[in-house]
Design a protein around this ligand. Structure first.
Ligand code: PGA
Length: 265
């Protein structure tokens, strides 16, 4: 894993937006895997600014979101489809028909996962998958003990995730306990992965992901098996890492290798 540590969440968002911009510069018709949650909001806002400034187009981009709540219609304010429309899609030049979010309101939610996988395959697979990480180490809604070989399916949320996400729901409002989520194996098949984490509440999950054993108890640790994962985090989220000087040294060396031999992207 490539570990990039910035002072604060604003710098993390800028670096993440740089990364996604570079991906679209390299391949304007990229297939992007996108995440919801509070972490990527600032990154999406930065991408919107770049689009409005005329330097970034999503006209040829296809997207697949990681997950959606079961039981919320797409136009529900707390659905992840609404989140994506509001925070990114409605503000850029993307063709909405090429944006995909699992259908949490399907008559038969069991059938959604295999169909979603088939649609990802038909699009040629995901070029860059953006991820957050849960305080419990989940990626997408792959909760601890999820199969490392899992694919898109219905997943029961843990009490911790239910509590973490309750801030988005009004008191007394229906809050789903089930979601349809890409599996860990689905995520690992993306060609490149960009994981973002900010804040002290993520520090334990981050150290378990980067320096712990590969285990279903920390689903994000499965990313250790991925060839091209970049982790961009702030100081607070990095605070439990024990090998920080090494990560900085690696980045210095990579810069030198790029300067000398070119950027293989
Ligand atoms: P957050 O969620 O960005 O709202 O912290 C991340 C996640 O649960 O994956």
């Amino acid at each position: 894993m490539e570990i990039i540590i910035h002072a604060d969440a604003t710098q993390v968002a800028t670096r993440a937006a740089d990364f996604i911009t570079a991906q679209l510069g390299h391949k304007p018709d990229s297939v992007l895997g996108l995440a919801t949650g509070s972490t990527p909001v600032a990154t999406y806002a930065d991408l919107v600014r770049r689009h409005q400034a005329g330097s970034l187009s999503f006209a040829q981009v296809t997207t697949f979101n990681l997950d959606e709540y079961v039981g919320l219609p797409p136009d529900h304010p707390q659905s992840y489809r609404s989140f994506m429309n509001k925070n990114l899609f409605d503000q850029v030049d993307i063709d909405l028909s090429r944006t995909h979010v699992p259908d949490g309101n399907a008559e038969n939610p069991v059938e959604v996962g295999p169909a979603y996988e088939a649609t990802i395959d038909a699009a040629g697979g995901i070029d860059l998958q953006v991820l957050g990480i849960g305080t419990n180490g989940h990626i997408a809604f792959n909760e601890p003990t999820s199969s490392l070989g899992s694919r898109t399916r219905i997943k029961t949320l843990t009490e911790q995730t239910f509590k973490d996400n309750s801030r988005s729901f009004e008191a007394g409002e229906f809050q789903p306990r089930l979601a349809i989520t890409m599996g860990i194996q689905t995520i690992l098949e993306a060609r490149r992965i960009l994981l973002l984490a900010t804040g002290a509440s993520k520090a334990q999950a981050v150290v378990d992901m980067v320096e712990g054993a590969i285990t279903a108890s920390c689903p994000a640790s499965a990313l250790q098996m991925h060839e091209k994962t970049t982790v961009i985090i702030d100081e607070a989220a990095a605070s439990k890492l024990t090998l920080r000087p090494y990560y900085t040294w690696v980045l210095d060396q990579q810069d030198q290798i790029r300067d000398t031999f070119g950027n293989p992207w």
